[in-house]
Design a protein. Structure first.
Length: 146
């Protein structure tokens, strides 16, 4: 399975925010610059992450974005399920039903594979992904990384 860019960028936002000092607020422009992601696209993703309860967005002069909960309570499997538009590996009925659908076993095999895929993701939290904060910050060119 290949994740959409939307989910990929959403995971990057969460990783970035989890690297921040406690209480530090980031902004979309800052995150977009560190990852070379179009700002307008990132605005939509951050908004959705806020709706889902992964991030807190605060408006105003001292506003910004921060994780809404601890990184160890954010499951990667949950994030992927929440951000991906479809979790089916194949669409056997689209654009029209596949002629071998009644006898085909592919859908079941792929569903089993997806179940295994998510079983692995469900073992991982956001905190697990940022176990090397100094190295990650260095790669993102943080001023305090060196």
């Amino acid at each position: 399975m290949q994740l959409t860019r939307y989910t990929d960028y959403g995971l990057r936002v969460l990783i970035f925010l989890s690297l921040q000092e406690e209480g530090r607020r980031s902004n979309v422009s800052e995150i977009a610059a560190h990852f070379a992601i179009p700002r307008n696209h990132l605005v939509k993703i951050v908004h959705r992450l806020g709706q889902l309860g992964y991030v807190q967005t605060i408006r105003g002069k001292n506003g910004g974005i921060l994780l809404a909960t601890s990184a160890d309570s954010i499951g990667i499997g949950d994030v992927v399920r929440d951000l991906e538009s479809t979790l089916e590996a194949v669409a056997c009925e689209l654009p029209s039903p596949c002629p071998i659908l009644p006898a085909c076993l592919l859908r079941g095999v792929l569903a089993k594979g997806m179940k295994s895929f998510f079983a692995v993701l469900d073992e991982v939290t956001l905190a697990d992904l940022v176990r090397r904060p100094k190295q990650l910050k260095g790669l993102l060119q943080y001023p305090d990384a060196h």
